[in-house]
Design a binder for this molecule. Structure first.
Ligand code: FES
Length: 677
C-alpha cells in the first residue's frame, strides 16, 4: 500500500484497522476509541516514553515466526539496553534470551510490537514498528505507533537483573500442558499476549502487537490440558488484541515463573466469547477469550531477573484480602523455588546443598529431624520427580535464611542434584515436614544412633538439643562402612571437644579392631555397641538408617524392656519396620471410634483421631504395612481400599491410584474403612 493510501486509511478509521473497529463497535465504544486513539496514538515516541524505555531491564515483544504464528517474548539485560537515538527509532542492544521462539525472526522488515512495563510503578508504554536493521545483536526498530497504557491491573513486583545462573538452559516442546505448566498458570497473576494483523488492508495499523493481562492469581482458567479461558477486563477501548484476533485468531501467550525464571510460551488459537452466562463466572470480566493450544514451549531458568514480592493491583487487592481471610480451603501444596547458595562435599559420595529464598520471603521454620521435599526434572523422566531429604542442620540463628540437606549419590534425583545443583541453580521445594522430631520437652538423656547417611537428622537434632538444653547429655553413635564413606566425623569430634555433655562413638564395620586412640571403633552400631558405652540411665532413643539396622536396634532395645514410646525412628528407604506393642489391648479397652478393618489379618480396630494415622493403627495392630516418608510424599504405604473410604487433612503430594489410599497421612471417613492389609 502506498503512503498516500495508508494516510487515507488512517484518516477514515483513525489509527485502527477494520478488525479493531469491528471489536470497538461490538463493545459499543467505537466513537470513544476513535477520538481517544486519534489523540493518544502517535507515530513517534514522546520524550517521556523514550526516557521510560531507556531505564528498563526488560521489555516484552510480539512478532510472528516464519509460519505467521505470533509469539510473545522477552528481552532482558541491564537497564539501558534499549535506547532511542531519536523519537522514531528504538534501538535494542542484545537482551535476547535462550529459547526465544522469535529467534531467527528478528530480521529487517519484520513487524514487532513492543511493551515497556515497570510493574512496581505500574507504568507501561507501547511502541510498535518495523525492524529497520539488525547488526549483530543490535536491532533497530522504525517506530510506527507509540502510546501509553494506564496503570490498571498491573500487579507490582520489582525486577533486578542478575544474569543467567543456570548452567544450561533447556527448552521443552509439547502440545499439551504439563503438571508444571498447569501449576504455573494456576498461580499466574499476569500473562502477555501477542497478536498480529499483517494483511495489507490493515493500513497504518498493520503489524504485531503485544499486551499485558493482569489479574488475581488463577484468573486464567485451565479448562483442560489444551484449553484455557481468560477474562477480558475494561481497558483503553482500542481493542488492539481482540481486533487482531478477529482477523487472525492465532496468538502467542507468555507466562513467567517469577520464582524460577522459567518462561512458558504458548502458541494458541483464540475465540472471543462476547457474552453469556460463562462471562459472569469471571469477576470483572466484560467478555472472555478462549485459547486452544497448538504448541507449548517451556524454557527453564531462562530469565536473568529476580523479583521482589508481589503487591497486588488495587483492582485485585480487595479480593486477595478477602481470600486470605476466608476459611482455609484444602488446596494442593504450593511449590516454592529456592536457590542453591552453597555446595559442599562431605565425603566422596555425600554432598551438602544449602538453599536460600529468591522471593524475599523468609523460609518456613522447621523442627530438627524434619525433611525437605523437593522436585526436579530429570532428563528422560516424563514427570518431575519428588524426593525428600532430611535437613542436616538445625535452624541457625546466624543464618536463618538457609536450609541444608546432605545427599548421598544413589538415585536419579540425588544424581541430578550432584550433577546439576550448582550455586545459583533453582530447585522447587515444599515447606519442611515430617514427624521424626526431637522431644524437646523430655528431661532424659538422648541417644542418637545412625548408620550411613542416617546421620543427617541426627546432626540437626544434636544442634537443636544443645541449643535448647545445654546440660542435656547426648550420645551419638554412627556406623559407616569405612572412613572414606563417613561424612561429618570432623564436625562431630569438634562438638564433642567443645561440649562435655556430648559423646560420639564412630563405628567402622570394615575394621577388625578399634583404632589405638579409640577414635574409630570396629564393628556395627547395635545393641551390644550401645550397651558397651551407655551408662545405666533412662534415655530417649532416636534411630535412623537402613531397615535392617533399625530392625536390629529396635528389636534389641525392646528386648531390653525399653518402652516403645522412648524409641523414635526414621528409615531413609522403604521400610516395613513395625512397632511391637507393649501388650494387646483387652476387649473392654476398645472404646468407641471409627472401625478400621485390616482384611488380611482379620483385625478390626476402633480408630480415634488422637491415635494418629491409619499407618500408625496398622502398625499397632500388627498388619503388614510398609512405609517410607510417612508424610504422603512417596507412595510406599499405598493400601487398597476394599470398603469405605479414606480422607486426608490436606491433599497428599503423591498422586495415588484410584482405589488405593496413602495410609500414612489418611484417616478413616465416617463409617469406617476396610484395607487390604
Ligand atoms: S509412606 Fe510415603 S506416602 Fe505414605
Amino acid at each position: 500500500m502506498s503512503d498516500l493510501a495508508e494516510l487515507k486509511s488512517y484518516q477514515a478509521a483513525g489509527p485502527f484497522h477494520d478488525g479493531e473497529r469491528e471489536a470497538q463497535l461490538r463493545a459499543g465504544v467505537a466513537e470513544f476509541a476513535l477520538e481517544s486513539g486519534a489523540r493518544s496514538i502517535r507515530d513517534y515516541m514522546p520524550d517521556q516514553h523514550r526516557a521510560f524505555f531507556e531505564m528498563l531491564p526488560f521489555m516484552v515483544f510480539g512478532g510472528v515466526d516464519a509460519s505467521g504464528q505470533p509469539w510473545a517474548t522477552l528481552r532482558a539485560s541491564t537497564a539501558g539496553f534499549v535506547s532511542t537515538p531519536d523519537s522514531r527509532t528504538l534501538r535494542i542492544d542484545g537482551g535476547a534470551l535462550p529459547g526465544d521462539p522469535l529467534a531467527g525472526c528478528w530480521v529487517p522488515g519484520a513487524r514487532i510490537g513492543g511493551l515497556g512495563i515497570q510493574p512496581h510503578t505500574r507504568r507501561r508504554n507501547r511502541v510498535n514498528g518495523v525492524i529497520e536493521s539488525v547488526d549483530g545483536g543490535v536491532v533497530t526498530l522504525a517506530v510506527k505507533q507509540s502510546f501509553g497504557n494506564c496503570a490498571k491491573y498491573i500487579n507490582g513486583r520489582e525486577p533486578a537483573f542478575v544474569g543467567n545462573t543456570a548452567a544450561k538452559v533447556t527448552v521443552e516442546h509439547a502440545d499439551t500442558l504439563s503438571d508444571d505448566d498447569r501449576a504455573l498458570i494456576a498461580r499466574a497473576d499476569v500473562y502477555f499476549i501477542a497478536t498480529a494483523n499483517l494483511d495489507e488492508s490493515a493500513g497504518v495499523a498493520r503489524g504485531a502487537d503485544v499486551s499485558h493481562r493482569g489479574g488475581a492469581p488463577g484468573f486464567v482458567r485451565i479448562d483442560s490440558a489444551r484449553t484455557l479461558t481468560a477474562p477480558d477486563f475494561t481497558g483503553n477501548s482500542f481493542f488492539n488484541t481482540i481486533g487482531n484476533l478477529l482477523r487472525d485468531p492465532r496468538a502467542g501467550l507468555l507466562f513467567v515463573d517469577f520464582a524460577r525464571g522459567d518462561l512458558l510460551y504458548l502458541a494458541v488459537r483464540a475465540d472471543v466469547i462476547w457474552s453469556g452466562p460463562e462471562v459472569a463466572e469471571f469477576p470483572m470480566a466484560q467478555r472472555l477469550v478462549r485459547f486452544h493450544l497448538a504448541e507449548v514451549r517451556r524454557v527453564r531458568e531462562a530469565l536473568p531477573l529476580r523479583w521482589s514480592a508481589v503487591e497486588y493491583a488495587p483492582q485485585f487487592a480487595e479480593s486477595m484480602r478477602a481470600a486470605a481471610s476466608a476459611p482455609e480451603k484444602i488446596t494442593a501444596p504450593a511449590w516454592r523455588a529456592l536457590r542453591v547458595a552453597e555446595v559442599r562435599d562431605e565425603s566422596p559420595s555425600i554432598r551438602s546443598f544449602h538453599f536460600e529464598p529468591v522471593d524475599g520471603h523468609p523460609l518456613a521454620p522447621f523442627e530438627a529431624g524434619q525433611y525437605l521435599p523437593l522436585r526436579v526434572t530429570v532428563p528422560g523422566s516424563a514427570k518431575p520427580l519428588t524426593r525428600t531429604y532430611t535437613l542436616s542442620a538445625a535452624h541457625d540463628a546466624a543464618r536463618p535464611q538457609r536450609y541444608r540437606i546432605s545427599v548421598k549419590r544413589d538415585g536419579a534425583v540425588s544424581h541430578w542434584l550432584h550433577e546439576h545443583a550448582r550455586t545459583g541453580a533453582l530447585v522447587d521445594t515444599l515447606p519442611p515436614r515430617g514427624s521424626f522430631t526431637l522431644d524437646a520437652g523430655s528431661p532424659r538423656a538422648i541417644v542418637l544412633a545412625a548408620a550411613g547417611i542416617g546421620i543427617t537428622p541426627m546432626l540437626a537434632m544434636l544442634d537443636a538439643a544443645r541449643a535448647l538444653e545445654p546440660k542435656r547429655r547426648i550420645y551419638v553413635f554412627h556406623g559407616a562402612r569405612g572412613e572414606h564413606e563417613r561424612p561429618f566425623a570432623a564436625a562431630l569430634r569438634e562438638v564433642e571437644r567443645a561440649d562435655p555433655n556430648v559423646s560420639a562413638y564412630l563405628f567402622d564395620s570394615a575394621a577388625r579392631v578399634d583404632s589405638p586412640d579409640g577414635d574409630r571403633l570396629a564393628g556395627r552400631v547395635n545393641v551390644d555397641a550401645l550397651r558397651r558405652f551407655l551408662p545405666f540411665d533412662d534415655y530417649d532413643f532416636y534411630l535412623c538408617g537402613p531397615e535392617s539396622f533399625m530392625r536390629d536396634l529396635y528389636d534389641g532395645l525392646r528386648a531390653l524392656n525399653i518402652a516403645d514410646e522412648r524409641i523414635r525412628f526414621e528409615a531413609f528407604g522403604p521400610s516395613s519396620l513395625k512397632r511391637a506393642p507393649a501388650r494387646t489391648p483387652v476387649e473392654n479397652e476398645v472404646t468407641k471410634g471409627t472401625p478400621v478393618t485390616f482384611a488380611r489379618t482379620g483385625k478390626t480396630v476402633h480408630w480415634q483421631p488422637q491415635q494418629g494415622s491409619l499407618l500408625d493403627a496398622a502398625e499397632r495392630s500388627g498388619a503388614d504395612a510398609r512405609s517410607s516418608c510417612r508424610s504422603g510424599m512417596c507412595g510406599t504405604c499405598a493400601a487398597r481400599v476394599l470398603n469405605g473410604s479414606v480422607e486426608y487433612a490436606e491433599p497428599p503430594d503423591f498422586e495415588v491410584e484410584p482405589g488405593y489410599a496413602l495410609i500414612c497421612v489418611g484417616h478413616p471417613a465416617a463409617g469406617g474403612v476396610t484395607l487390604d492389609l
